[in-house]
Write a protein of this length. Structure first.
Length: 213
């Protein structure tokens, strides 16, 4: 049998078979078979293929593409700023980190000409959190906005003020290696200058709920 005879007796692909190729994510193969069957241009083949597809066919094709683009391994927690990520316990899905500008200022007692004290000796911890030196990582399948907002409020209203008090009490200079740790329920924060002479590295996270562990 000649090659020409073999090609002429080859069964032509059916519309159902074209749809099956499409659903399997093989759109290019479907177009190739369709053009061979009808002798159509690529544009004509695309138009015809779209016309015979159902909503279920489109959904199946999109699901196939999404599966192909999905990462082969789960994306883990990643913070650009803050303390070493190795300090964050396994299983944490929500965390925040920052590299703040840090200094410890001491003010001497000042008196007026009459000897009245107008400023008492004090020490203040300056922690300047820059917007572009902070990062948040939330890898939960469905991030909870209220929980994330509460986490941020705890950092700003509880953890950072406590950190400032600790820096003053311990007289933590910017070249220190001292480390601050605070745990309150599921909220945790750690910080240290890490001998940087100008920075304070801070990381906080939300520990997994007991049922999530």
């Amino acid at each position: 049998m000649s090659t020409t005879e073999s090609q002429s007796t080859k069964p032509l692909i059916t519309d159902d078979e074209l749809r099956a190729l499409y659903r399997a994510g093989k759109k290019i193969d479907a177009l190739r078979e369709l053009r061979a069957r009808d002798g159509s241009s690529l544009a004509e083949a695309k138009g015809y293929l779209d016309s015979i597809m159902t909503a279920d066919d489109f959904a199946a094709w999109e699901a196939m593409q999404a599966a192909r683009l999905a990462p082969t391994e789960p994306v883990g927690l990643k913070l650009e700023w803050g303390m070493p990520q190795s300090l964050i316990p396994a299983g944490v899905q929500l965390a925040w980190g920052a590299r703040a500008i840090y200094s410890l200022h001491s003010y001497e007692t000042k008196r007026d000409r009459r000897g009245k004290v107008i400023q008492r000796a004090s020490t203040e911890a300056i922690i300047d959190l820059l917007p572009d030196r902070q990062s948040v990582s939330d890898i939960r399948p469905a991030p909870l906005i209220d929980e994330r907002r509460a986490f941020g409020d705890w950092i700003n209203k509880t953890a950072i003020p406590a950190l400032k008090k600790w820096c003053v009490k311990q007289y933590v200079t910017s070249d220190s290696e001292d480390k601050f740790e605070l745990t309150e329920g599921r909220y945790m924060l750690i910080a240290s200058p890490r001998g940087s002479c100008g920075y304070l590295y801070i990381t906080a996270w939300l520990a997994p709920a007991s049922e999530d562990k």
